[in-house]
Design a protein around this ligand. Structure first.
Ligand SMILES: [Mg+2]
Length: 328
């Protein structure tokens, strides 16, 4: 649902339904019933279904046969539910086995619903529509819980969640995790001079400019506080993160937003603090936030409109400060 930039993508598409059955006749029947309303994909065994679900564009709903040679439907469902990226896809079993024991097994592996064979066309259509609608509503709720209402980038809640995940991922792969903290210089004076409405517009333009750059999987831009933005950059060196912070700072200056009450420039500028760690058990995610924050305050003390950085890796600290070249 979230793009790598941190913006919410439009999820209102036709709906992607994956049908899995070893019998070509059943596949044809189900395809025929649903093809006018949805994008329908078909797999004739469990292995094929699982590899389809590993793709970037996942199905929105799966209709799954229980008895299949090789990996059976129950195992497919169990695997999908145990995997973070596929756990939310509703699975409806299409089954001719209607004993209590079989039904219980379907629920135990995490199915959403089941439809008996032979399939009643109208029941199938209604069940698919209902479960897709419920999935969309759940996504919409998440979207509004995670997005910053003013700027459209991720909010602090989503940042905290994502940051912990990336911390654990980088710890497992022994990779550097970088964090940039941005602050709009003299933003309170900006609001006092131009009013809160223009202040909001300024926040939106700056957020959009920051979020345009970090585009790899795992990168995330969030509104951290009032006029503070944070960018999470997994598998990124300090040098890489400083380069990006510098480029973003210059792009914000190039927006040419007048700021007559700034003591550092005639335009809106950013101060930035950058820190990088290779996460290990001796540290907490909060430490990296503290390091980046300390650098942000250093950038402010040094006169603002600049990037300051520190690399803290196993008690080894490098400190660096780069002023923006064109802030006047
Ligand atoms: Mg079968």
């Amino acid at each position: 649902m979230y793009s790598s930039q941190g913006y919410i993508q439009n999820t209102m598409h036709r709906g992607r339904v994956l049908i899995v059955d070893d019998d070509p006749l059943n596949l044809n029947i189900l395809h025929h019933i649903l093809r006018d309303d949805y994008d329908v994909f078909m797999a004739n065994n469990g292995k094929q279904a699982l590899s389809f679900c590993k793709k970037e564009e996942k199905p929105d709903l799966i209709l799954l046969d229980v008895v299949m040679p090789g990996v059976n439907g129950l195992d497919v469902c169990k695997y999908l539910k145990s995997n973070e990226t596929t756990a939310d896809i509703p699975v409806i079993f299409i089954t001719s086995q209607n004993t209590v024991e079989q039904e219980n097994l379907c629920w135990i592996v995490g199915c959403t619903d089941f439809i008996p064979k032979p399939v009643n066309h109208l029941t199938l259509k209604h069940r698919v529509r209902t479960h897709l609608m419920m999935k969309r509503q759940a996504e919409l709720l998440k979207k509004y819980a995670w997005v910053d209402g003013l700027t459209g980038v991720c909010n602090r809640r989503y940042f905290d969640d994502h940051f912990k995940k990336e911390w654990r991922r980088c710890m497992r792969s022994v990779a550097p995790l970088s964090l940039i903290m941005f602050d709009i210089d003299y933003f309170k004076s900006y609001n006092d001079t131009y009013g809160h409405l223009k202040g909001d517009t300024c926040l939106c333009r700056v957020a959009e400019t920051i979020a345009r750059r970090p585009q790899r999987a795992g990168d995330l831009t969030a509104r951290y506080g009032g006029e503070e933005f944070a960018v999470i950059l997994p598998e990124t060196s300090l040098q890489g993160a400083v380069f990006l912070a510098q480029a973003i700072g210059e792009e914000v200056q190039a927006l040419n937003i007048s700021h007559s009450s700034s003591a550092v420039s005639k335009k809106v500028t950013l101060s930035a603090g950058v820190a990088t760690v290779i996460p290990d058990k001796s540290a907490q995610p909060a430490h990296l936030i503290q390091y980046a924050d300390a650098q942000l305050y250093r950038a402010k003390r040094n006169g603002r409109a600049q990037v300051c950085s520190a690399l803290n890796e196993r008690n080894f600290v490098y400190i660096n400060s780069i002023p923006f070249t064109n802030h006047f």
